[in-house]
Design a protein around this ligand. Structure first.
Ligand code: DGT
Ligand code: CA
Ligand code: CA
Ligand code: ZN
Length: 570
């Protein structure tokens, strides 16, 4: 559990107490504790590990320290859960609207009797909100916009969660004789980081019987609609799945249309219209004559372009490139020879060095960098040179027993807020591979943050930036930095940008990536695995890399061991 998450818990407790009009000094205490935790340069988890007495930290105190221990141990906070239960869920939802704090929620609740997001929308539409003291037409509109934003992000789930739902559904669909074929479309096929709903194309001889068969799936809790063209359902927690029927003669057109994205489709339709044609989910037509429909390749070809991989279909320039035959040849999983970031029991991982190495080898990789976190410096009197050294020795011992496999003695070192690396120079120099990451104080001005990252890059000690922009999907936006100067420094100092394969990170976001790639910066895919099983996150990372237009040549860990050793020598 990261410090920010723990701080968020205390902030939420403070918010809820404020909503209940609780004791102001208690509220302030929680806020202060949250602020202190956010500012800490090392994870609380590690401080506790190292035996630090948290109750001695100013603004934390005994009661809060107990809660921190509870959260670290159980992942839960009883106090927060109690509060959540005593306050109407709708009011808690309202607090999630950007710009709406506990005070406004209380006011909306008390003066307008609003209890839920829906009621709030109605109140806004009836212009009752603008009448309240402190509100006006503009803030009323902001509330509406905010609710739409909250609604949208709430319902989206991470790609990997959608994949696991699809997996269960697949077992059902594959067993049905009533269906001939089925295919996944939508954002899932495009490999988007988050998924709003699943879209599935189905071919069946009898659509009615097929619909019955689909609806027998035990995960279905609600049927939203059912017809001859489509069946929409909700699964247990409200997640939606759309099934659409297609005819094999128009399969390509249907798959193209329902894969999207909408922006990509609109652009394709424009191109068709410019030629006097029509494009829809049934085919490409010149008047009533069908020009193409059976396969996607045939449709793209008729429109005058190469077939476009689904990951690129976002109308970000892919259509123009496809028309001139210049689409990038995207990296594939087969191209990846190694994994450049993972953890063992030496820090917060679950498996030993040997177990991680064996698992990586079993997956067909030929190298793996073990990159544990060193002990945070605020604990000991200085940096823990010795334990890092010992750990590196242990990695090299395992490595010496593995023929044809390079187990890299690496480290994931913190870039502290004072711009220094959290280990001594000679320790870092003795490592095969150094990943530098920011784990604390993510809130800094753009200039300060840029300087912090630049300091790490320019230290000459670092091979790769781990989760460079620190975004956590749905929780934390990418940090603001001057990407141009970071790109320039990465080129000069031969530092790679990490692509983190953890499902909620998938750093770095697409447009930063394209700029860096065009400039010639190399990327490195790391699962950041905290267990042997998590080494299997690499395909997700590859999908992410493909969505960022990356080719094999742009990625460091497509190199052979010999090539890599040549390249990363500092
Ligand atoms: P999501 O579900 O929010 O993660 O994103 P998508 O892209 O899966 O969107 P969804 O499920 O609403 O629709 C699936 C695909 O169907 C979408 O990517 C493109 C196509 N589609 C949906 N509505 C329209 C539309 O109004 N016009 C066009 N051209 N295509 C549409
Ligand atoms: Ca969808
Ligand atoms: Ca859909
Ligand atoms: Zn990290």
């Amino acid at each position: 559990m990261e410090n920010t998450q723990i701080a968020n818990i205390f902030d939420e407790i403070a918010d809820l107490l404020e909503l209940r009009d609780d004791n102001p000094s208690r509220i302030r205490a929680y806020r202060r504790a949250a602020r202190t935790i956010r500012k800490m340069s090392s994870p609380l988890e590690e401080q506790v590990h190292a035996g630090r007495d948290l109750s001695k930290i100013p603004t934390i105190g005994a009661a809060t320290a107990t809660k921190i221990h509870e959260v670290l141990k159980t992942g839960n906070c009883k106090r927060l859960n109690e509060l959540r239960e005593t306050i109407p869920a709708g009011l808690i939802d309202m607090m999630g609207i950007p710009g709406v704090g506990p005070r406004s929620v209380m006011q909306l609740h008390q003066e307008l009797g609003v209890q839920s997001l829906e009621e709030l929308v109605t109140a806004c539409q009836a212009h009752r909100v603008r009448e309240l003291a402190g509100f006006g037409p503009k803030s009323e509109q902001n509330v509406i916009n905010g609710i739409t934003a909250v609604d949208k992000t709430k319902r989206r789930i991470l790609y990997l969660e959608a994949a696991s739902r699809l997996d269960s559904l697949k077992k059902h669909l594959d067993g049905l004789t009533e269906l001939n074929r089925w295919y996944v479309a939508g954002s899932f096929r495009r490999g988007k980081e988050t998924i709003g709903d699943l879209d599935i194309l189905v071919h069946a001889n009898n659509r009615k019987i097929a619909s019955d068969a689909i609806l027998r799936y035990e995960g279905v809790t609600d049927v939203i609609s059912r017809g001859n063209e489509r069946v929409s359902v909700r699964l247990g927690d409200g997640f939606q799945v759309d099934f659409r029927f297609f005819n094999p003669s128009a399969f390509g057109a249907a798959w193209l249309y329902f894969t999207g994205s909408k922006a990509h489709n609109i652009q394709l339709r424009r191109i068709a219209q410019d030629k006097g044609w029509k494009l829809n989910e049934y085919g490409l037509f010149k008047a009533d004559h069908r020009l193409a429909s059976k396969t996607e390749a045939a449709l793209y070809k008729r429109l005058g372009m190469d077939w476009i991989p689904p990951e690129l279909r976002e109308n970000l320039g892919e259509i123009k490139q496809a028309m001139s035959g210049q689409l990038p040849r995207l990296v594939t999983l087969k191209d990846i020879r190694g994994d450049i970031q993972c953890h063992t029991t030496a820090s917060d991982g679950k498996n030993s060095i040997k177990e991680m190495a064996d698992a990586a080898r079993k997956q067909g990789l030929t190298y793996l960098a073990i990159t544990d976190h060193p002990k945070p410096m605020i604990m000991a009197n200085g940096l823990d040179h010795e334990s890092a050294q010992k750990h590196a020795d242990a990695i090299r011992t395992v490595n010496s027993q593995m023929k044809g496999f390079w187990l890299m003695a690496g480290i994931e070192v913190d870039v502290l807020k004072n711009n220094r690396l959290d280990l001594m120079e000679n320790t870092l120099r003795s490592m095969d591979w150094v990943v530098a990451s920011i784990h604390s104080t993510p809130r800094m001005s753009k200039t300060d943050m840029t300087n912090r990252i630049l300091a790490a890059v320019k230290s000459g000690l670092v091979h790769c930036l781990g989760h460079p922009l620190g975004r956590i999907i749905g929780q934390r936006d990418p940090i603001a930095v001057d990407m141009d100067s970071i790109i320039e420094a990465c080129l000069e100092y031969n530092v790679a940008l990490g692509i983190n394969c953890q499902p909620n990170r998938l750093d770095i976001p697409v447009h930063y990536c394209r700029d860096a790639c065009d400039a010639g910066v190399r990327f490195a895919l790391g699962t950041d695995a905290h267990s042997a099983t998590e080494l299997k996150l690499m395909p997700l990372g590859v999908t992410v890399a493909r969505r960022r237009w990356l080719r094999k040549e742009n990625i460091l860990n497509t190199l052979t061991i010999a090539e890599l050793q040549q390249t990363i020598r500092h």
